[in-house]
Design a protein. Structure first.
Length: 444
């Protein structure tokens, strides 16, 4: 059922995102000052474009047009359907399979119901805090408002990593951004637009109340503008386990937010006619620093066990010396026996030390690692998975024998080292076992 619904919802969701592409293209194409005859009609911005074999004219009126059109398109359902389909996908993937994707038992041992309830409280609680701020006097100052929201998002990023699995943590921040954006449309932008349209239709000049609504809508719209790129990143973040499974994944998300929002600021300034390349240089430098900081440690394959460890057997000669032997001969015999005994003891100690230092890849090592694989991996990656929610092995990958591990060693090393697997660490693979499994698989 999930395999059938998910692609349909995904396609519909991305179809509803077409409006984002249109608005993004319009935003990048700077509205230019119109000729005087258009200015006399109240047009403040003008754009001509060609697309699909036709010419298009976009005109922005400072207030109202000369005559209200009979059909007026409202940009609202594009936002609403995007949020609704996103909520549907989150319910299907993270709530219906909470134990696999939402819960990390090593952080908080939630039940499925408890995790879902906490997720909803975290999501809508965050939005409630945002709504209180945006409606207060703090929301009237763009700089203070933006700074405060950034601080709260940093706290939310950290908090999500204390509660949910790494992968779900990124998605929750994306869900907060998406909820704030659609809330801005529903509770702020649309009421201001309706008030303006009503005034124009009645032939009245917008009053103080409409002006206050317009100011709030402007700040909300500005917030949506800067949220766009961070939101897109979180929507596709499940493809990048190296980022969300990082030891400081919440900080990685903060860095990505700063990088993408700064790049967005460059284009905003460019559209206003202010070319400030430093707002492209800064995110470029931060990206390089982020890559350097996140680079994984080199993998050290498990050293192979020496083929043989020959240790000369130590024997004790219990035969008493012959009565015909001389004293000197007896003395030499005793000295040689002591020398051989010391040599054998030294060799034995050295061999034991060498064996202790080496991590053997042998039948016993295979057995030990396969115990880990069967306990932590094969519950899902088996011909008949025993993990709830899995009717077949993910991606068709079966991990039940050393030969299976050898076939999929490249995928295993990447998935286990980055923390992508096990999903949500549902089987509670320890850090020591993770390191051992990566080293073992690398040596196959």
């Amino acid at each position: 059922m999930v395999e059938f619904i998910f692609p349909l919802v995904s396609c519909y969701r991305w179809g509803s995102m077409d409006w984002c592409i249109v608005l993004f293209c319009v935003a990048r194409s700077k509205l230019r000052k119109p000729p005087q005859w258009k200015t006399d009609k109240g047009i403040s911005g003008d754009l001509w474009a060609v697309h699909g074999g036709g010419f298009y004219e976009i005109a922005k009126y400072k207030l109202e047009p000369e005559e209200m059109p009979k059909t007026l398109h409202w940009f609202k359902w594009e936002a609403y359907t995007t949020w609704l389909t996103g909520a549907a996908m989150m319910s299907i993937v993270y709530y219906a399979n909470a134990t696999a994707y939402l819960i990390d038992p090593s952080k908080v041992p939630f039940t499925s119901i408890g995790a879902i309830a906490t997720s909803l409280l975290f999501l809508f609680g965050s939005y409630f805090i945002y709504e209180v701020i945006v409606r207060s006097h703090l929301g009237k100052n763009a700089f203070i408002f933006s700074t405060l929201i950034f601080i709260l998002l940093v706290i939310a990023s950290w908090g999500s990593y204390q509660l949910f699995s790494d992968r779900a943590s990124f998605i929750h921040i994306g869900a907060i951004l998406g909820t704030v954006m659609v809330g801005n449309v529903f509770f702020g932008i649309m009421p201001a637009q309706r008030a303006l349209v009503d005034c124009v239709r009645r032939g009245e000049k917008p009053g103080k109340e409409v002006a206050e609504l317009a100011l709030q809508a402007k700040n909300r719209s500005l917030m949506n503008n800067y949220f766009t790129l961070p939101l897109i990143f979180t929507m596709i973040s499940n493809h990048y386990p190296m980022m969300y499974a990082h030891e400081k994944g919440w900080l990685v998300l903060v860095f990505v937010g700063i990088i993408t929002a700064t790049a967005r600021h460059y284009f905003n300034q460019k559209h206003l006619g202010h070319k400030k390349p430093r707002y492209l240089v800064i995110p470029a430098v931060l990206t390089v620093l982020l890559i350097i900081w996140m680079r994984p440690e080199p993998i050290e394959p498990a050293p192979a066990m020496p083929a043989t460890a020959s240790v000369a057997p130590t024997t004790t000669d219990s035969t008493p010396p012959a009565t015909s032997a001389t004293t000197d001969s007896n003395t030499d015999t005793v000295a040689n026996a002591n020398t051989n005994s010391n040599s054998n003891a030294t060799n034995s100690v050295n061999n034991d030390a060498a064996i202790a230092e080496a991590v053997p890849v042998s039948a016993s090592a295979d057995d030990a690692m396969m115990d880990v694989v069967h306990t932590r991996c094969s519950t899902c990656h088996a011909v008949q998975p025993t993990q709830q929610g899995f009717a077949a092995p993910p991606a068709g990958i079966i991990l039940q024998t050393p030969e299976d591990l050898k076939i999929h060693k490249a995928k295993i090393v990447t998935a286990v080292q980055t923390g992508y697997m096990p999903l949500g660490n549902i089987t509670q693979l320890t850090d020591a076992e993770r390191q051992q499994l990566v080293a073992y698989a690398s040596s196959l």
